[in-house]
Structure formats: structure tokens, C-alpha cells
Design a protein around this ligand. Structure first.
Ligand code: NAP
Length: 310
């Protein structure tokens, strides 16, 4: 198989920790250029922005965007206009409608657009989906609590409009939820705690329901120190299905069933290569729609100012 040359945009935390090693392990793709305002990779051509990269590297067939959601639309638009396949980090954009516009553009140009949800590639997610396929859902509880100072030091964009605040990790839980449940979910109400000096929530409680009326309660909180919690608990007419560790661990009626190491990004890049080969796109906006609806319905309360030592 000939490896397709790919350009990566935004050499930040997730690009270095996950995208670079995953690309190195993906036979169908070859990292061939970087666009970064500040950083470079030894041995690779680097450009200050995506426009310069696209103009100087006509051989690039695909682009992977690892930048914050605000501003990603313009980058994706430029790449699609230039005839390149595009892979988007989660969340796929700052708004639902901008990603729909990208999907239309990709379809019109016959290009692949892949809106990734890395948490859906966690080891236990597909088995949870399989176990829930024929189940009647009684209740779902999501607890997604982590320490923002540990995971997001110095990241100003997460606190700005479009940055999602605590929904930046919370949308990972919603991406799993909307993958494993056998029926759609919609938002009913939300309560957002917004630091008095910030634009985005540091904590959120979202009440949702399945189409058949089972309650789905999500609690997202960025103030948790010590052990971190990324759990989804599903009560059914059969066994209780619990995903822990962000989808890496499956517990069925209290018995551990799966614990596996993380290959989320390798799976994403393998899928991107497969989608390109098949001439297909994958753009599921259900998680982003739930976040957008939570913001639409939200009661907002001010809470303590957040100061980032990062
Ligand atoms: P980050 O560390 O802040 O890196 C983002 C990079 O994007 C920056 O290093 C910068 O790279 C570039 N950039 C372009 N315009 C920017 C702007 N206006 N403000 C800040 N950076 C800008 O963020 P990240 O954690 O890698 O997150 C990027 C995306 O990946 C987000 O959508 C996030 O939800 C997702 N993600 C993050 C994680 C995680 O654990 N951190 C996990 C999964 C997914 P240059 O200096 O090279 O231009």
C-alpha cells in the first residue's frame, strides 16, 4: 500500500502525545509536513499556517487538524477547497452548523471528512454497545470529573467562547453515550457553573432522556483533584453495564470484563485511511448537538474565579 502524504496542523499537547506516534504506526498514511505557529518537527518541512503548507506542498493528499475548535472551520475549509481529505479533532468545530457546512463541501468535492471521537475508540466501547443492543435502558449516570490544572495547564482557548470549558472532556463521555445506547438521547436542562472571570463552565450538570423516557444524568466537573473519574453507568432490564476509565474498562454486573491499553488514535488514523480508500466520510454530530442543546437550555450560575498557574 502506498502511504498517502499528510500534513498536520497545530503541534500542541494532543498532536505530540497521540497524533505523531499514531501516524508513525499507520501504514496507509505518512506525515509529510507540519503547520504550526511556534513549533517544528525535525526532518519535516514546517510552515507558519495551513495556507502556506497547502500552497507549498501540492503532493499532500490529507490534512489532520489538531488545533482548538475555534478557528478550525477556516482551516478545514481551506484544506477541502484545496482538494485535500480532512480529519478533525474532537469537537469537530465550534458550532454544529459550521461542521454541517464542511460536510456539504466535502461531499460536493468528493473528499473524505472524518469528524473523530477518540473516546469511541476506547477498548471497551464496542463491547458495551454490543451488550446494550437489545436491552431496555432504565437509567444512565455519567460522572466525568478531572483536574483542569493537571490536564489543561495554560490552555486559554478552553475558557473562551467556543472552547466548551468542562464540556471539552465532557463531550468525550457524550460521544461514548451516543455510540453505546440503542436509542437516541436528547437534552432537557442543564446547570452550568461558570467562574466569575471566565466565559466557559468549570462544572455542568446535564439532564437528558432517551427516546423511550429513561433518564440520563451527566455530571462534569473540572475541580476534582486526586483520583480522576470517567465513568458511565447504564442500568438495564438485564445486567448493569459500567464503563470506567473513559471507556477502557468494562464491568458487567460488578464483574470486570475488559481492561485494555489505549490504541484510540491508532484506530482513528487506520479508519481515516480506510475512509479515504473507500471514498467515504464520517461525520456524526450527535455529541456536539447535545452540548449545543445543553448551552441553549442552561441555567448559569457564577462560581469562584479560576486562576491558571499553567
Ligand atoms: P493545545 O495543547 O492548546 O494545542 C493546540 C495547538 O493548536 C497549539 O499548540 C497551537 O499549535 C495550535 N493553535 C492554533 N491556533 C490556536 C489558538 N488560537 N490558540 C491556541 N492554540 C492554537 O490543545 P490540545 O490539548 O492539543 O487540544 C487540541 C484539540 O485536541 C482540542 O480540540 C481538544 O479537545 C482535542 N483533544 C485534546 C486532548 C488532550 O488531552 N489535550 C485529548 C483529545 C483531544 P501551534 O503553536 O503549533 O500553532
Amino acid at each position: 500500500m502506498t502511504a498517502l502524504p499528510l500534513g498536520l496542523v497545530g503541534l500542541g499537547t494532543i498532536a505530540r502525545n497521540q497524533h505523531l506516534p499514531a501516524l508513525a504506526a499507520t501504514p496507509g498514511l505518512r506525515l509529510a509536513a507540519i503547520a504550526s505557529r511556534n513549533a517544528a518537527e525535525p526532518g519535516l518541512p514546517s510552515y507558519p499556517d495551513i495556507g502556506a503548507m497547502l500552497a507549498a506542498e501540492p503532493a499532500l493528499r490529507a490534512v489532520s487538524l489538531c488545533t482548538p475548535p475555534q478557528g478550525r472551520f477556516d482551516q478545514a475549509f481551506a484544506a477541502l477547497e484545496a482538494g485535500r481529505h480532512v480529519m478533525l479533532e474532537k469537537p469537530p468545530g465550534a458550532t454544529v452548523s459550521e461542521v454541517q457546512a464542511l460536510a456539504r463541501l466535502a461531499a460536493a468535492r468528493g473528499l473524505t471528512l472524518f469528524a473523530t471521537w477518540h473516546s469511541r475508540e476506547a477498548a471497551a466501547v464496542e463491547e458495551a454497545r454490543r451488550l446494550l443492543a437489545g436491552a431496555t435502558i432504565r437509567r444512565v449516570e455519567i460522572d466525568w470529573m478531572e483536574d483542569v490544572r493537571h490536564w489543561h495547564p495554560g490552555q486559554e482557548w478552553i475558557w473562551q467562547p467556543g472552547g466548551l470549558g468542562v464540556f471539552d472532556p465532557g463531550i468525550n463521555a457524550l460521544s461514548i453515550l451516543t455510540r453505546i445506547l440503542p436509542e437516541p438521547v436528547h437534552a432537557l436542562s442543564a446547570r452550568l457553573e461558570v467562574p466569575e472571570n471566565r466565559q466557559a463552565p468549570i462544572a455542568a450538570a446535564v439532564a437528558m432522556t432517551t427516546a423511550s423516557g429513561a433518564p440520563v444524568a451527566a455530571r462534569f466537573d473540572w475541580r476534582q483533584t486526586g483520583p480522576q473519574t470517567w465513568d458511565i453507568r447504564v442500568a438495564t432490564d438485564g445486567p448493569e453495564i459500567v464503563l470506567r476509565d473513559g471507556g477502557a474498562t468494562l464491568v458487567v454486573d460488578g464483574a470486570p470484563r475488559i481492561t485494555a491499553e489505549d490504541h484510540e488514535y491508532r484506530r482513528l488514523y487506520a479508519r481515516f485511511a480506510a475512509l479515504i480508500a473507500a471514498g467515504e466520510s464520517e461525520v456524526d454530530l450527535a455529541p456536539l448537538q447535545l452540548v449545543a442543546d445543553a448551552f441553549l437550555m442552561a441555567e448559569r450560575v457564577a462560581t469562584d474565579a479560576f486562576h491558571d498557574p499553567g
